[in-house]
Design a protein around this ligand. Structure first.
Ligand SMILES: *Cc1c(COP(=O)(O)O)cnc(C)c1O
Length: 430
């Protein structure tokens, strides 16, 4: 019998390239038919065929309080009735700036945009304007959205396709982007020694979530901070994924490192399109209309989107919110590790706050090259077995997973039971 998922995917491919509006959704890495959803509530999703799933993607992070949270939905409905957009300032944007500044104090001034891509692209322009330099440093396997200068050895969907660079990015643009291996202090020092005074900025995922989950070493983050300070390069923490997820104050609060600029997205919109970039006032005041760095947006600071974000940020400030999220995510990771050990499958896992990584390798990877050694075939078998059991994971071995506040002990137990079955399938296919 042909499912609604198959029919929709078949038809979508005629009009939408690959049938999807963002590449990883197409399931190319794991094979099979992508799931088309029609409803979500709390930790659960329902597809167009009525099948129920426990969701560990959470829209790639934003749904940290769970799907269709009644308070978020009510706030959005109320504000939507006052018009969907003005293209003019509102008090809501001030409220958002105040909330961000309170939770992430290194963001002394903030500007709102509509996606993470816009946030990183704009932050880099501001950093270049401020320093008068052109060179940008990023790390192998980190993804910072799809702006031209950042699609150089990027992670996420690009990794899935085994294609380090994108066609359509001029070589001249890519030439200003220098890439280094993550967690490698020696190479970082060597690069700064050689061309530190040409480096406008360094952009980094302070905990990587786009080549699967990779944790930074404290020595690496500290060396980065010191070298940027010494050479007058702007340190940009891309916290689009980690912001409000690994800690209420982001990875910078968790690791105690103060960047010059920060980019936010995902959680900050609570499921609607919001991004933000901000940082030191002397840098941010280079933006138009104050300074000479141009940046703008018709829907920037959109009242409905900002309201969804504000309500989400209010909910995550509840006492012990991140403590509970961290514990719950750790329970999942511990349970999966125990299940793999019991069945006898090579597997490791770890988490930071509400983000987790699953690896079909002996140890948790610390850089891109190590990520690439994991058993991708085993992941694909695992993914499909879990999907059959109603557990929705990222459709690629190179994506982090996400737990929300709505995930119950029951959800975790169901997931671990499904994983035991999936690990058995892996063994039987070896
Ligand atoms: C998702 C993500 C982006 C891009 O955000 P979009 O809203 O998809 O444009 C940038 N940086 C990081 C670290 C991300 O995880």
């Amino acid at each position: 019998m042909t499912s609604q998922n198959q029919i929709l995917f078949e038809q979508s491919q005629h009009l939408i390239p690959g049938g999807v509006n963002s590449p990883v959704r197409a399931f190319r890495s794991v094979g099979g038919t992508p799931i088309f959803f029609k409803k979500g509530l709390g930790s659960k999703l329902w597809d167009v065929d009525g099948k129920e799933y426990i969701d560990y993607i959470n829209s790639w992070g934003p749904m940290i309080v769970g799907h269709a949270h009644p308070e978020v939905i009510a706030a959005v409905q109320a504000v939507a009735a006052n018009s969907l957009s003005f293209g003019a300032p509102t008090g809501l944007e001030l409220e958002m700036a105040e909330t961000i500044n309170k939770l992430v104090p290194s963001m002394e001034q903030i500007r709102l945009v509509s996606s993470g891509t816009e946030a990183t692209m704009s932050a880099i322009r501001v950093a270049r304007g401020f320093t008068g330099r052109s060179k940008l440093v990023k790390f192998e396997g980190c993804y910072h959205g799809h702006a031209d200068s950042l699609l150089v050895k990027a992670g996420s969907g690009l990794l899935t396709f085994g294609e380090p660079d994108s066609a359509g990015v001029p070589a001249e643009v890519a030439a200003n982007t220098l890439t280094l291996p993550y967690n490698n202090v020696e190479q970082l020092e060597a690069l700064f020694k050689q061309s530190g005074d040409e480096i406008a900025c360094v952009i980094i995922e302070p905990v990587v979530g786009n080549m699967n989950l990779v944790k930074p070493t404290e020595a690496f983050l500290k060396a980065l901070r010191d070298l940027c300070t010494k050479h007058g390069s702007v340190l940009i923490f891309d916290e689009v994924m980690t912001g409000f997820r690994v800690h209420l104050g982001g990875a910078q609060a968790l690791y105690g490192i103060k960047p010059d600029m920060t980019t936010l997205g995902k959680v900050i919109g609570g499921g609607l399109p919001v991004g933000a970039f901000g940082g030191r006032k002397d840098i941010m005041s280079g933006l138009a209309p104050l300074g000479k760095v141009y940046q703008a947006g018709t829907l920037s600071g959109n009242p409905v989107a900002v309201t969804a974000g504000l309500k989400t940020l209010e909910l995550i400030q509840a006492p012990d919110f991140h403590k509970n999220l961290t514990v719950q995510t750790q329970k999942l990771v511990d349970g999966l590790m125990a299940a793999a050990k019991k069945i006898g499958v090579t597997f490791s896992a770890q988490s930071v706050g509400g983000m987790f990584g699953l690896y079909f390798s002996e140890a948790c990877p610390t850089c891109f090259d190590e990520v690439m050694t994991s058993d991708k075939a085993a992941f694909n078998v695992f993914f499909h077995s879990m999907l059959d059991s109603g557990i929705y994971l990222g459709p690629s071995a190179f994506e982090a997973g996400f737990v929300s506040a709505a995930h119950t002990d029951g959800d975790i137990a169901t997931t671990i039971a499904a994983a035991e079955k999936a690990f058995q399938v892996i063994l039987s296919t070896k």
